[in-house]
Design a protein around this ligand. Structure first.
Ligand code: FPP
Ligand code: K
Ligand code: ZN
Length: 504
């Protein structure tokens, strides 16, 4: 952050600035009473927003233009709807982050709440339905509920195969004869509904109920001449479509060749991947982040779609720098972690939200594999704060009481979407994911995109867990960095249709 000088005193020279810098460096940073306020609140968690006495003394000894308030670290002098909303969120979060208010949750030895596994499992079970009448408004999102619940339960370590028959019966009417899945019975096929259904079916081992040939043909109707994908025939073309379509193609091992009748063939495209990387590249905005479509505002959810889509096309260190300004994206992503909350916001000047623990938090494995490959111990490359994200999720986003589930932020109610993506975000923060450049392709995989199958996962060390103030029992399962599924499920999918054409 640039140090903006606020008083317009022309007398201040570079010499003075340097003297102030020297003074700051001399100030005690670790004196004995630095944490006295923290000790008194008994949580053992360093306070992110409220300064200790020593910090206050240090702050007061600084020239006014270097003080936190001047630098807008804590408050914006200009009151706007945006700044008021931010102030309120910070006020809601601080007591939870610092352990002043533990919401009655059982705490670990560091003073952080334990992960409420059992309650979150129960909450996700409740999200399988039946639902009260107002849920009709999200009828078209039914496949998402299948995915969020199956993925969320899996990340918590539950065996979801118990839902196999029930889920297959439920999604059967959603599959259209012309290929793909709609959001509900009788609805047109849609990339989002198809993606969520394919992923949910994958978790329960139910992919063979899919008509792969029809899916391939339907996807051919949404591929566009400019390289991107529409969400449905005649619907918006955006980067969700690109990620969803490439995920479906890869997991189901559909041919990369466009079907003979695909409209994009008229523009001389012959495969699903033609012009796709270039189209994704066009979604990068002047901010460095990724918009939903070319010229749109950058948003974290779309950054994940872009990085994951490129990581399907090829190895991340090949495809990401090829189509994106990766350093600019890295820098944009790094600015999305909010303080003092510690979670991620979706875009500039907006509020922290737990779902971005995945949409932004899931970008790190992908982009770091491209531009900041980890040291051999795999732990030195982070440009984000894992401990802060973990603390935000455990303290601010777990619904207290019997109900369980996870929420966007303390002022909101838990839902299946935030529960799933909070848990996925927790998994990104608590575990290590590496792209294995040396991973071999297998016999029978010629012509298939295999890059996304080359990820390995590793648990954190005891020292890391200490540093993040969590205990082993609160660590969740691995999630695949590209497909957001259990690692084992992806491995199973890889083998399932290996060498199986679409006419069989
Ligand atoms: C803004 O909502 C949100 C967006 C512009 C994008 C949302 C998209 C996703 C979460 C997922 C897309 C990915 C797939 C695979 C379907 P807002 O203005 O309510 O939130 P904000 O204030 O946090 O930006
Ligand atoms: K939001
Ligand atoms: Zn959210």
């Amino acid at each position: 952050m640039p140090l903006v000088k606020r008083d317009d005193d022309p007398e201040d020279t570079l010499d003075e600035l340097l003297q102030d810098k020297a003074r700051i460096e001399e100030l005690p940073s670790n004196d004995d009473d630095a944490y006295e306020d923290v000790e008194s609140d008994n949580s053992g968690i360093p306070f992110p927003g409220r300064p200790s006495k020593a910090e206050r003394r240090r702050e007061e000894s600084l020239p006014p233009w270097l003080q936190a308030a001047t630098l807008n670290l804590f408050h914006d002098e200009l009151q706007t709807t945006t700044s008021e909303a931010q102030t309120k969120v910070t006020a809601d979060c601080l007591p939870l982050l610092t352990g002043r208010d533990t919401q009655g949750l059982p705490l670990n030895s560091h003073g952080l709440p334990h992960l409420r596994r059992e309650q979150h499992v129960n909450f996700l079970h409740s999200q399988l339905g039946p639902f009260p009448a107002p849920y009709v408004a999200i009828d078209a999102s039914r496949p998402w509920f299948f995915y969020w619940t199956m993925a969320g339960l899996s990340i918590l370590g539950e065996d979801v195969r118990q839902f196999r028959d029930r889920l297959m019966e439920t999604v059967r009417p959603l599959q259209n004869k012309t290929g793909g899945f709609g959001g509900g019975h009788g609805q047109y096929s849609h990339c989002a509904g198809s993606y969520a259904t394919v992923l949910a079916l994958a978790t329960i081992g139910g992919l063979d109920m899919i008509d792969r040939k029809a899916m391939w043909e339907w996807l051919g109707t949404v591929k566009q001449a400019d390289g991107g994908f529409r969400m449905a025939v005649g619907a918006e073309e955006d980067i969700r479509g690109a990620y969803c379509a490439m995920t479906i193609i890869t997991l189901l091992n559909l041919p990369l060749d466009l079907p003979p009748d695909a409209p994009a063939r008229k523009a001389d495209l012959t495969t699903f991947t033609d012009r796709l990387g270039e189209w994704v590249g066009r979604c990068q905005s002047y901010e460095g982040g990724i918009g939903g479509a070319p010229t749109n505002e950058a948003h974290g959810a779309y950054a994940f779609c872009a990085l994951a889509c490129l990581s399907i096309l090829d190895a991340p260190h090949v495809s990401i720098p090829k189509y994106l300004d990766a350093p600019a994206l890295l820098s944009w992503l790094a600015a999305r972690q909010t303080q003092p909350e510690g979670g991620f916001q979706g875009r500039q000047e907006k509020l922290v939200d737990a779902c971005y623990a995945h949409w932004v938090g899931g970008c790190w494995d992908l982009i770091q594999a491209a531009v900041a490959p980890a040291a051999s111990n795999g732990m030195n490359a982070d440009v984000w704060n894992r401990a802060a994200l973990i603390r935000y999720l455990l303290t601010c986003c777990q619904q207290p009481g019997k109900k369980g589930g996870m929420r966007d932020k303390p002022s909101t109610r838990p839902d299946a979407y935030h529960t799933c993506y909070s848990l996925a975000g927790l998994s990104h923060a608590q575990n290590h994911y590496q792209y294995d450049k040396a991973a071999p392709t297998r016999d029978g995989e010629k012509g298939r995109l295999t890059a996304a199958f080359n990820w390995t996962a590793e648990k954190a060390t005891e020292t890391e867990l200490q540093g993040w103030r969590i205990e082993r029992e609160d660590v969740v399962e691995f999630v695949h960095p590209v497909f957001v599924l259990p690692m084992g499920v992806v491995e199973e999918c890889r083998g399932l249709f290996e060498g199986v054409g679409i006419l069989e």
